[in-house]
Design a protein around this ligand. Structure first.
Ligand code: ADP
Length: 193
């Protein structure tokens, strides 16, 4: 079986994870997996997963780990059998230590590796400015505050988790879109060198 590589994006809502992941997938032969997009698709199509996830997504809470871990597990297993993909960009996963541990186990089992964990660091003020302009249903000011709180409490501990594994690179996410993507390319080049 061909080996797969993973790139993980971390950063609060509005930090540009999805945008940067799209830019990178166009440059590398990678697949972009946005758990948020996948959940919203399931909600629109009213699937079993969509019905279970809906109330969490609408209130800005995290969907329970077991649902997300199952989703990730089947996605990765399926992709592993596709020979023309070099890697996966994970945007919005993991978001809890439990999810990160599950991913680590899956990665060991499949004998693949994490190439880098890219942390887009952004100020709260910039987050509020950006999300105000986006207009998604969960981008209302009170929900943004809750999503930020959830991020700080449940996802931020992952920075330490990946730092301990020497995988973490932090990028100033307040910069322009192209400055952020240049910074990412430089990091990835350095990893390859
Ligand atoms: P953002 O990064 O802007 O919060 P996403 O599209 O990544 O937006 O996520 C939207 C929502 O989907 C989250 O608020 C949460 O309810 C749910 N979600 C996404 N990823 C995960 C995850 N890994 N674990 C649990 N819930 C998730």
């Amino acid at each position: 079986m061909k080996s797969l590589e993973f790139l993980i994006f971390l950063g609060p809502p509005g930090s540009g994870k999805g945008t940067q992941a799209e830019i990178l997938t166009n440059k590398l032969n990678f697949i972009h997996l946005s758990i948020g997009d996948l959940l919203r698709e399931n909600i629109v199509n009213n699937t079993e997963l969509g019905k279970l996830a809906s109330k969490y997504v609408k209130s800005g809470e995290l969907v329970p780990d077991e649902l997300i871990i199952d989703l990730m597990d089947s996605f990765i297993t399926e992709l592993k059998n596709e020979s023309n993909v070099s890697g996966i960009i994970l945007d919005g996963f993991p978001r809890t230590i439990n999810q990160a541990t599950a991913l680590e186990n899956k990665i060991k089992q499949l004998n693949v590796n994490i190439k880098a964990v890219l942390n887009l660091d952004i100020s709260d003020q910039e987050i509020l400015n950006r999300l105000a302009g986006r207009g998604r249903e969960d981008d209302k000011p009170e929900l943004i505050k809750n999503r930020l709180k959830v991020y700080r409490n449940q996802t931020e501990p992952l920075l330490e988790f990946y730092k301990e594994r020497s995988l973490l690179d932090t990028i100033d996410g307040d910069q322009s879109e192209s400055d952020v993507s240049n910074a990412i390319f430089n990091i990835l080049k350095a990893e390859v060198a």
